[in-house]
Design a protein around this ligand. Structure first.
Ligand code: SAH
Ligand code: SF4
Ligand code: F3S
Length: 431
């Protein structure tokens, strides 16, 4: 196989994969390779994969097949969580050229060189020294940028592969994060979303906690907005809740997954919070920041979930009041304790539960969006819309807002929200 000159990175799964994908792209560009807009035009295709549900994993294999159909036979590198979970198995099953785990991708150039020489190129190590120090500096970014501050998970929810694919909870050092945030702002970022599998578990030897980090980023001139995701209920410390009242740049949005409204299911999931403790956290957050937009994740059809237990999830949704949320059918994952549990919920029951839950969540989302009509808010313009002269950005509550304006991408503008559509809001520039 010849040495690739062009590359394309395709990321699946969570925002951390999007961040990792950007950094792998920067790494390959620093090696002199050119990015292509289309995967089918690239000599090297990096599939940055997700293992969270069965369907996500299967997608990798169909993508590999599709890339080869075009007859160009690019070098294929599998990165991300499927790479970590399946390692050599992917090479055996799909004859890919490179396999690189989420903690080892700083070695991608070396692995690509090995593959070009016809050698085996698999690296799923989780080295003690972090990959971040070996990555090139950030240069050009969009107005809203991601920044990974914490990786891995020690919570071991019984359904979840993340503790195995991403390893133990590790916080990046304070100074490295602040430096990267400044570099992002210099490169054009106006908003930074701090990322972690349990981002609110971020901490350092001084015990600054995520709110201490947010306070430091608050002082960066030119940075207008700060967000963070994903949080775990048990790591929602007082300081972070207070930051929602005190730090103006911290946006009124909280993604706080709960998974189920039933205490028995939460226990079987090893979530280590109860329905009530979750709801009480929301009370405290809303006391600090009454207009906070709440988001969550749900799983329906966990092994043994009864109709009555599912009803408890619906009643929690009604009590909590979500502005948006993600909901999934339980998917048994190899190697997790839940995959060994009895009481599989039949597919039709799962389908029906998911439909009912999503109907409730959609209704709440529409109500939340309708509630912002008539308000005036700041919108950070991020991209062009379909119509000429139309730009799309985000409200403080993470809603997409489209408006006609001759302002530029990256500008913050003051906007009257005039209409709520199912998936976005229509705005009018304040004159
Ligand atoms: N660390 C985050 C979320 C990680 S995964 C947290 O704990 O909140 C994102 C979401 O995928 C989870 O919140 C959960 O709702 C869903 N998920 C994880 N494993 C799953 C599985 N085996 N089947 C279905 N959904 C799953
Ligand atoms: Fe998975 Fe639970 Fe960890 Fe979230 S907290 S990543 S759901 S094990
Ligand atoms: Fe998927 Fe891995 Fe993220 S399993 S959700 S890409 S941490």
């Amino acid at each position: 196989m010849t040495t690739p000159k062009t590359f394309h990175v395709k990321s699946f799964g969570c925002q951390m994969n999007v961040y990792d994908g950007e950094r792998m792209g920067e790494l390959m560009a620093a090696q002199g390779l050119t990015a292509t807009a289309d995967a089918n035009d690239a000599d090297l295709v990096v599939l940055n994969t997700c293992h969270i549900r069965e369907r996500a994993t299967e997608k990798v294999y169909s993508d590999i097949g599709r890339l080869r159909k075009h007859g160009r036979a690019p070098m294929i590198a599998i990165a991300g969580c499927v790479a970590q979970a399946e390692g050599e198995e992917i090479v055996r099953r799909a004859k890919v050229d490179v396999v690189v785990g989420p903690q080892a991708y700083h070695n991608l150039p070396e692995l690509v060189a090995q593959a070009a020489r016809g050698e085996s190129a698999i690296d799923t190590d989780m080295p003690l020294a972090s990959k971040f120090g070996a990555l090139p500096a950030r240069r050009k970014v969009s107005p809203s940028a991601f920044l990974t501050v914490q990786e891995g998970c020690d919570k071991f929810c019984t359904y979840c592969v993340v503790p195995y694919t991403r390893g133990a909870e590790v916080s990046r050092p304070f100074a490295a994060i602040v430096d990267e945030a400044k570099a992002l702002v210099d490169a054009g970022a106006k908003e930074i979303t701090l990322l972690g599998q349990n981002v609110n578990a971020w901490d350092d030897a001084e015990g600054r906690g995520l709110h201490g980090l947010i306070a430091a980023l608050d002082r960066i001139e030119g940075l207008r907005r700060i967000r963070y995701t994903t949080s775990h209920p048990n790591d929602m410390r007082d300081g972070l809740i207070r930051a929602h009242a005190e730090v103006e740049k911290l946006m009124p949005f909280l993604h706080l997954p709960v998974q189920s409204g039933s205490d028995r299911i939460l226990k079987a999931m090893n979530r280590s919070h109860s329905r009530n403790s979750y709801l009480r956290i929301l009370d405290r957050v809303r006391a600090a920041r009454p207009d906070i937009a709440l988001s969550g994740d749900f799983i329906v059809g966990f092994p043994g979930e009864t109709d009555a237990e599912f009803e408890e999830t619906l009643s929690l949704v009604a009590e909590a009041g979500y502005a948006q949320a993600f909901s999934f059918k339980y998917s048994p994952r190899p190697g997790t304790p839940a995959a060994e549990m009895d009481g599989a919920v039949p597919a039709e029951v799962m389908d029906e539960r998911l439909q009912r839950l999503q109907a409730a969540l959609n209704r709440d989302q529409e109500a939340f969006n309708a509630g912002t009509v008539g308000k005036t808010c700041q919108v950070l313009l991020e991209r062009r819309g379909k119509l000429p002269g139309q730009l799309i950005g985000k409200s403080p509550w993470l809603q997409s807002v489209h408006l006609m304006t001759d302002a530029a991408i990256g500008d913050m503008v003051e906007v009257d929200i005039v209409r709520a559509d199912p998936n976005s809001l229509a705005g009018r520039l304040r004159s």
